[in-house]
Ligand binder design. Structure first.
Ligand SMILES: [Mg+2]
Length: 125
């Protein structure tokens, strides 16, 4: 399956991070959608059923950990892999997210964009 058939949903309230990620993933050939908070992200995920969700943790309205629970408790979205995005370099947060079903975890301050793409490619292919 080519990348163009794979949909990635970015749930992130930081506009510059949204832009960097969506541009890079679009160039890589993925079909990218963006939501600004956990509620929007959940609603959009149910609607479009993406192949992968990149989920920020600290967001307004509904935060990422709550959204992760909502996604896993919904029959439409429960099997969609989720990569958590966060600024918190906290082992406890990583453990908690994994306990709640997150597939992977990316610390934004440690990011190199090509590492992110590699991990996404590895998960989707
Ligand atoms: Mg945030």
């Amino acid at each position: 399956m080519s990348k163009s058939q794979k949909k990635i949903l970015i749930v992130e309230d930081d506009k510059s991070m949204q832009k960097v990620l969506s541009q890079k993933l679009s160039i890589e050939g993925y079909e990218v959608s963006v939501a600004n908070n956990g509620q929007e992200g959940f609603d959009l995920a149910v609607d479009i059923k993406p192949d992968l969700i990149l989920l920020d943790i600290i967001m307004p309205v509904v935060d990422g950990m709550t959204a992760l629970d909502m996604l896993h408790n919904n029959s439409v979205t429960t099997t969609i892999p989720v990569i958590m995005l966060t600024n918190l370099d906290s082992k406890e947060t990583v453990i908690e997210a994994q306990k709640r079903g997150a597939h992977d975890f990316l610390i934004k301050s440690n990011w190199k964009i090509n590492d992110i793409i590699q991990r996404i490619d590895a998960l989707l292919h």
